[in-house]
Ligand binder design. Structure first.
Ligand SMILES: [Zn+2]
Length: 404
C-alpha cells in the first residue's frame, strides 16, 4: 500500500519541482550569493568558523544546483567546495539550514587514442572537450620531449585515465593513469605511480613543478583532507591545505616562482596571498600577521623569496600558516608536491613501479588494438549563469544526492 502511494506521488513530485545547474560566477562571494538568491545571511553568520572557512573555497566555474518548488521557491542548493565535499542549504522548519555533506560521485576508467593532426593539446581538447586532460598529458612530457620539433602528423597518442561523474556530468579533474606518445616510431610514456606522482619508463619523476616549504622550520600541525568525518560533532569537515605551526613573525617564503594574484584581507583566511605558478598551480598563504613591504597583486616573486610573516589573522586560533595548493582550481595535497629535488626510484620502489608499468603498458596495447572514439564530454561550459531562461535543467526534479 505504501509503495503504491509513492508510485502515484512520484510523478507529481517530479512535475512540481525543478533543478537547475549553474556555474559559480567570477568574483561572487558566498555572502553575495546568499543575498542574490534571497537566502538568509544566517547561513553564513550562524555556522561555525570551520564551515565559514569552507565558504571561501568556492570557485569560479564550479557547477552547483538549485532546486525550486512549483511556486519558484528555493528548496535546496548544492554547492561543491572540493571533489569530495559540498555545501547543502535546504529548507527546514520555515527557514534554511546549512550542512557540509559528501559529494556523491562515481569514477569511470576511460581511454582514448588519437592521431596527431595539430598538436597533442589541441587534438585532445578537440576530441574530449576537456582542457584538464589535454593539460595533464602535455605536462607529463613537457620536460623530456619537444613536440613542436619532433612530432609528425599521424603520430599516435594513447591516454588511459579516470573521470568522476556527479549528477550525470563529469566532475573534477580527470586523472591520467598512463599517457603514451609515439614519435618517429618510438614510444614515450608517463605513468602515475602508487605515490601519486608521475614517472617515465626509467622510474625518473617527470613532474616539472617543485615547491619548497613555505616556512623553514614549521611543524605540520594539521594535514590535508578533502573530507573527514568528525565523530564527536557528527559532521563532515575538510581541510584544504596544510597548517604549519610557527612562532608569530616567522618569515613565509614563496613556495615557487610566480605572479602574486591576490594580496589582501579576507574574513576567514585573514591576511592572504595567492601566487599563480606555471602549469595551472596556485599557492595560498593564509592568516599572515603582515605582508612583506612592497608585496602587491600583479608582481612577480621568486621561489624562496619572503612574502610575509606568520600570524593569526582571520578565523584562526593561534599563529600558523595555512598553506593551500590548487591545480587548475582544484585543491590538492601540498605534501604530494612539496619537495626540493625530483626523485629517481630505486630498489623495492623501482621494482613495484616496474610491475605497475607493465600492467599499464598492457592497457595501452589494449587501447591501440581496439581504438575507441573519444567520448566528448558535455562540459560545464554548457551550463549557465543564473539566468533561468537559458538553463539546462537536469533530468528529473530532485537533487538525488541529498542524503537523509
Ligand atoms: Zn589550515
Amino acid at each position: 500500500m505504501v509503495r503504491v502511494f509513492w508510485l502515484l506521488l512520484a510523478p507529481l513530485v517530479l512535475l512540481a519541482s525543478s533543478v537547475e545547474t549553474y556555474k559559480w560566477s567570477e568574483g561572487e562571494s558566498y555572502l553575495m550569493f546568499l543575498e542574490r538568491l534571497h537566502l538568509p545571511q544566517a547561513l553564513y553568520y550562524d555556522i561555525d568558523s570551520d564551515d565559514q572557512k569552507l565558504t571561501e573555497e568556492l570557485r569560479t566555474g564550479m557547477p552547483y544546483q538549485v532546486m525550486h518548488d512549483s511556486n519558484g521557491t528555493i528548496e535546496q542548493v548544492l554547492i561543491p567546495v572540493s571533489d569530495e565535499l559540498q555545501l547543502h542549504l535546504y529548507r527546514k522548519a520555515g527557514t534554511f539550514a546549512f550542512e557540509a555533506i559528501p559529494v556523491i560521485a562515481s569514477t569511470k576508467q576511460e581511454s582514448i587514442t588519437l592521431s596527431i593532426e595539430n598538436s597533442p593539446y589541441y587534438d585532445i581538447l578537440k576530441a574530449t572537450g576537456s582542457r584538464s586532460l589535454a593539460h595533464a598529458f602535455v605536462a607529463g612530457f613537457k620536460n623530456s620531449l619537444n613536440f613542436r620539433r619532433d612530432l609528425r602528423k599521424g603520430d599516435r597518442l594513447v591516454m588511459v585515465y579516470t573521470q568522476k561523474y556527479r549528477l550525470g556530468s563529469p566532475f573534477g579533474m580527470p586523472e591520467l593513469k598512463v599517457g603514451m606518445i609515439e614519435m618517429r616510431g618510438k614510444r614515450h610514456s608517463v605513468y602515475l605511480n602508487s605515490d601519486e606522482r608521475y614517472y617515465d619508463e626509467k622510474g625518473r619523476q617527470v613532474e616539472g613543478f617543485l615547491l619548497s616549504r613555505p616556512v623553514r622550520n614549521g611543524r605540520v600541525s594539521s594535514g590535508f583532507t578533502l573530507r573527514r568525518y568528525h565523530p564527536i560533532l557528527k559532521r563532515y569537515r575538510a581541510h584544504l591545505g596544510v597548517d604549519y605551526a610557527a612562532p608569530r613573525g616567522t618569515p613565509i617564503v614563496a613556495a615557487g616562482s610566480g605572479t602574486v594574484i591576490f594580496a589582501g584581507r579576507t574574513r576567514g583566511y585573514g591576511k592572504l596571498i595567492k601566487i599563480r605558478h606555471s602549469d595551472g598551480y596556485v599557492t595560498l598563504y593564509a592568516h599572515q600577521k603582515a605582508f612583506r613591504r612592497g608585496i602587491h597583486s600583479g608582481m612577480r616573486v621568486k621561489q624562496g623569496q619572503v612574502i610575509g610573516y606568520v600570524g593569526s589573522t582571520g578565523l584562526s586560533t593561534g599563529p600558523h600558516l595555512h598553506f593551500g595548493l590548487y591545480k587548475n582550481g582544484r585543491a590538492i595535497n601540498p605534501a604530494r608536491v612539496v619537495q626540493v629535488t625530483t626523485k629517481q626510484l630505486g630498489g623495492k620502489a623501482l621494482k613495484a613501479f616496474k610491475g605497475r608499468m607493465a600492467s599499464l603498458d598492457t592497457q595501452v596495447e589494449e587501447v591501440l588494438a581496439h581504438p575507441t572514439e573519444a567520448v566528448k564530454v558535455e562540459t560545464i561550459d554548457n551550463a549557465c549563469y543564473i539566468d533561468p531562461e537559458s538553463c539546462r535543467p537536469l533530468k528529473g526534479g530532485k537533487i538525488n544526492e541529498t542524503h537523509q
